[in-house]
Ligand binder design. Structure first.
Ligand code: PRP
Length: 190
């Protein structure tokens, strides 16, 4: 079986954001959240699994009290694109009525996952909901999403690393790279 370095050599065409660039941007976002939520105690909701490293780095730089909760969602349809059909695999552990919510995502693509999620969470009557995403692939957006905190805009390429996967692989890279999707699809599926 290939180790991660061999997989990277084979399928990662280039580095889009280095570990240092990501960490700098995460620090900037956490500074803004610290300012905006001074005196408040938000509920940070991370959408699994992609947001794992982002939410981990982000929340460790927040100096406000907060609750951390997780949701897992499965989207259906032909990979690697989203079809919009979603299923809730893991719900929140706590009620969020009256609370200030920050949804943390690794990437927003079509926006279908998040629009489902926002609708679902709004029905529970939180005080506010804001969206924080590391990556925004806005060129692919099908439904409008208001993003308050955003790390980087990304072009329409297949990105992996820092939580983002292809066939569950590459998540644990500390940087974000561009996958050679044609080659990967050919080797993995055919
Ligand atoms: C990714 C990402 C978002 C969603 C964005 O999750 O974390 O939840 O896709 O796509 P959309 O804007 O087109 O709806 P994915 O389904 O890859 O699951 P994962 O985080 O577990 O890898």
């Amino acid at each position: 079986m290939d180790d991660l370095n061999s997989l990277v050599e084979k399928y990662v065409k280039k580095v889009l954001f280095t570990e240092e660039e990501i960490q700098l941007r995460v620090a900037e976002i956490s500074e803004r959240i610290n300012e905006d939520y001074t005196g408040l105690e938000p509920v940070i909701i991370a959408v699994l699994k992609g947001s794992l490293y982002f939410v981990s780095d982000l929340t460790r730089q927040l100096n406000i009290p907060l609750s951390l909760d997780f949701m897992a969602i499965e989207s259906y349809g032909p990979q690697p694109s989203s079809s919009g059909a979603v299923k809730l695999l893991k719900d929140l552990d706590q009620p969020i009525e009256g609370r200030d919510i920050i949804i943390v995502e690794d990437i927003i693509d079509t926006g279908l996952t998040l629009s489902y999620l926002i609708r679902n969470l709004k029905a529970r009557n939180p005080r506010s909901i804001r969206v924080c995403t590391l990556l925004d692939k806005s060129v692919r957006r099908l439904v409008p999403i208001e993003i308050t905190y955003k790390g980087f805009e990304v072009p329409d390429v297949f990105v992996v690393g820092y939580g983002l996967d292809f066939e569950q692989k590459f998540r644990n890279l500390p940087y974000i790279g561009v996958l050679d999707i044609d080659r990967a699809v050919e080797d993995f599926y055919e």
